[in-house]
Design a protein around this ligand. Structure first.
Ligand code: ATP
Length: 375
């Protein structure tokens, strides 16, 4: 089922010391979720993610705008008429019911032509339990399950009615790090198998990047960028998006363009043929540094951090907004040995890989492309 959000705005009335006013939680949101896609709705706390999800579910009514499921305008439909499945962070299972009874619950409430026989209900519940791999736990109560198992039950309960749209609000937040990774892979598998259009809300960029077909990055109720995770990472629209995606985070420097050259401090680091003179922010992904004795950018060595497969060379530069400049370098290279032996405070030099470097206007923080047509 395709979902279309058409200029959605949601304002909440609030009262503060200055009197009454409105907070705009979602501001003219416009995007289309293609049928069968998993969308990661991503942004910092308070950016309006849950509000968007609640608008799609019908738990909230928009102040303006419309929502379509396929060709049907569902803006005024109550949640129970929309055919949605909802999963929350806190599982929200019925503690006094067994796993089987929890999964059966939505089916028992079906009315009219949708009503099922007991045998049909049991068959559906068992099929769904198998899909989420909890078919061995059907007679247990929620308190007798791990967090990951409880979340699977919640997903089964949301899926058993074959919803048109599955909505997941921070479903992994209560799980420990290892279980989060395992469960997010499970959600991806289940979503692929059922092909149900899914919206997944999270503030964790890595989580959203790893399982989504498309990510939607939001800030203060406004969509900043929509795209395939890799595309958004490789070509962020603005400084906010560049900073939000990536671990370790992007390194940001104050820089300037003079005479078609990009400078960080006094170092001319790259050609910038099509960029007019002006002050810019320079974002450099940690994998965008090449450590070389003759490198264009000079930094002061701080320390080397070993991170398994790679090492991270941590250094400082007066033009950097990050207190530590992080460069990721493969462990196999000769430079690694040089880096590891450079004393603290000594000068180290880097060349920059142009496609890993992004320029942003200092005032608007919007992307300025280094070459015509982007790169
Ligand atoms: P989090 O990740 O912390 O859950 P979020 O991105 O989901 O945050 P929302 O819960 O959608 O953010 O909230 C968006 C904005 O709307 C916030 O500024 C919040 O304070 C405000 N807001 C949400 N619900 C209400 C409400 N019922 N009344 C007033 N303001 C609200």
């Amino acid at each position: 089922m395709k979902v279309v959000l058409e200029d959605l705005t949601k304002k909440f009335p609030v009262r503060d010391r200055k009197g009454r006013g409105d907070v705009t939680a979602v501001d003219r949101l416009r995007f289309e979720i293609p049928d069968g896609y998993l969308i990661g709705l991503l942004g910092p706390s308070g950016c309006g993610k849950s509000t968007v999800l609640n608008l799609i579910s019908g738990l909230l009514q928009p102040t303006e705008g419309r929502i379509f499921f396929g060709e049907e305008d569902v803006t005024l439909l109550p949640p129970e008429k929309r055919g949605i499945g909802l999963v929350f962070q806190n599982y929200a299972l019925y503690p006094h019911l067994t796993v089987k009874q929890n999964i059966l619950f939505p089916l028992e409430n079906l009315k009219g032509k949708d009503k099922l026989t007991k045998a049909e209900m049991l068959q559906k519940a068992e099929e769904t339990a198998k899909l989420v791999q909890i078919d061995g736990l059907l007679d247990r109560k929620p308190a007798e399950l791990s967090g990951g198992q409880q979340q699977r039950v919640a997903i089964a309960r949301a899926l058993v009615k074959m919803p048109k749209v599955l909505l997941l609000d921070e479903p992994l937040s209560n799980l420990d790090a290892r279980l989060r990774i395992q469960t997010r892979e499970e959600i991806r598998r289940i979503q692929r198998e059922t092909k149900v259009t899914t919206v997944f809300v999270t503030h964790d960029q890595e989580e959203a990047m790893s399982i989504s077909d498309l990510i939607v990055v939001m800030k203060e109720g406004v969509v900043q960028q929509i795209g395939r995770p890799q595309e958004v990472y490789d070509s962020p629209n603005n400084l906010f998006v560049a900073k939000f995606l990536g671990t370790p985070p992007i390194n940001v420097f104050e820089g300037r363009v003079r005479g078609h050259r990009l400078y960080i401090g006094d170092d001319a680091v790259l050609d910038a043929d099509s960029v007019p003179d002006g002050e810019v922010y320079v974002g450099v992904r940690p994998e965008g540094f090449l450590m070389r004795e003759t490198g264009a950018l000079s930094c002061r060595m701080d320390r080397v951090q070993v991170m398994g497969r790679d090492i991270s060379v941590v250094s400082a530069n007066d033009a950097a907004l990050n207190t530590a400049v992080r460069a990721i370098i493969g462990t196999e290279s000769e430079v690694t040995k040089t880096a590891a032996s450079a004393p603290e405070g000594s000068e180290i030099r880097f060349d920059l890989i142009p496609r890993k470097v992004f320029l942003f206007d200092r005032r608007t923080e919007k992307r300025i492309f280094l070459e015509e047509g982007g790169q």
